[in-house]
Design a protein around this ligand. Structure first.
Ligand code: ZN
Ligand code: ZN
Length: 342
């Protein structure tokens, strides 16, 4: 009797569910009570305290990224407390972060060669796995990052995707301390990357469309700020492009000294226009793409963020307002990052 009664108890939680992707104005995310997820070995249960809203979530919710599951809980910049460590050696009550990469197979050629960001079979938080727009979520213990007390929930959430990817872009561009670095585009990733560049005593040159982004770049200490068609007044050692535009890549390339690197931080580019090899690429200039992230990118970046007290600008939304938060991202109607606070 007793056992039967225990089994019938299902603990519920509130979550934002995406069943059919649609324009965000149609409010495709539905708030529902659903069973709390059950742990598998190696996973931990997190009580979510905050979840950052990323532009990729908008692409998932609106169906620009094709659905991987019938229903999904989006959200991949999760700050939570371990409510149940399951079979793992993590401790209840520990505060951790979870990012876009929810797991890799560990077996493919890339994983075995220290390039897990290029894994052939990665799992994506909030896309192929349920994410953080919910009171609880589960995560692979080895894909959680412990968060120092110096980083509070609101501060940490936006760092967990935009921040880490921006940091990886600086690594791919091989930025060294004191160099001249161009940021082409100035959205969520770039406005976090500039703080790291300043900590490294770099001169930062920002080309971006949109007067508000130019003002933000200037207020965050950029050495030079120009429009997207303007070229920085000096030759750059490194450049990172954030816009999904091949023209911007060529502009960045044309701004480099010999031996310089352009890192493209974009999943998709409209096209790469034809350009002059002799003047733009010869001289050992390089164009490289930035793909996903490794766990060491995440850990190293979160350490630097804590050291320099990197504090993104945030606007808070409740879970019930999740559609509004995504609409705000789409309409560029808020300054800084949107964060769902539970
Ligand atoms: Zn993201
Ligand atoms: Zn792999």
């Amino acid at each position: 009797m007793q056992a039967a009664r225990l089994e019938s108890v299902t603990i519920h939680m509130k979550a934002a569910i995406l069943a059919s992707p649609d324009d965000i104005s149609k409010c495709p995310l539905e708030i529902r009570d659903v069973p709390r997820p059950l742990l598998k070995p190696g996973q931990v249960l997190l009580r979510v305290s905050a979840c950052g809203v990323c532009r990729t979530d908008l692409h998932i919710v609106e169906g620009e990224l094709p659905p991987r599951c019938n229903e999904i809980i989006p959200g991949h910049q999760i700050v939570g407390e371990i409510a149940d460590p399951g079979t793992t050696d993590l401790t209840s009550g520990t505060r951790v972060g979870v990012s876009w990469i929810g797991g890799v197979d560990g077996a493919c050629w890339y994983c075995r060669h220290g390039m897990e960001n290029l894994c052939d079979a990665p799992a994506f938080t909030g896309y192929s796995l349920n994410g953080g727009y919910a009171e609880y979520t589960i995560a692979r213990a080895d894909f959680t990052y412990s968060l120092e007390n110096r980083l509070d929930d609101l501060q940490a959430a936006p760092l967990l995707c935009a921040g880490i990817i921006g940091f990886r872009s600086l690594r791919v561009a091989e930025v060294k301390h004191g160099e001249r670095v161009g940021l082409f585009g100035f959205g969520a990733s770039a406005h976090l990357a500039i703080a790291v560049l300043q900590a490294w005593n770099c001169e930062v040159y920002v080309s971006t469309r949109g007067a508000s982004h130019r003002r933000l770049a200037a207020s965050l200490g950029a050495t030079w700020v120009g429009s997207d068609t303007e070229r920085p007044p000096v030759k750059l050692d490194r450049a990172v492009t954030f816009a999904p535009s091949g023209d911007v890549v060529v502009t960045a390339l044309a701004s480099l000294r010999k031996g310089g690197v352009v890192a493209i931080n974009a999943i998709h580019l409209d096209r790469i226009p034809e350009f002059d090899y002799d003047s733009l690429l010869w001289g050992e200039r390089q164009i490289r793409s930035v793909t996903n992230m490794t766990r060491s990118d995440a850990r190293d970046f979160l350490q630097i963020a804590a050291d320099i007290n990197l504090r993104p600008k945030t606007t808070v939304f409740s879970l019930d307002q999740v559609n509004d938060a995504l609409a705000a991202i789409k309409n560029d109607s808020i300054d800084g990052a949107a964060v769902i606070v539970l």
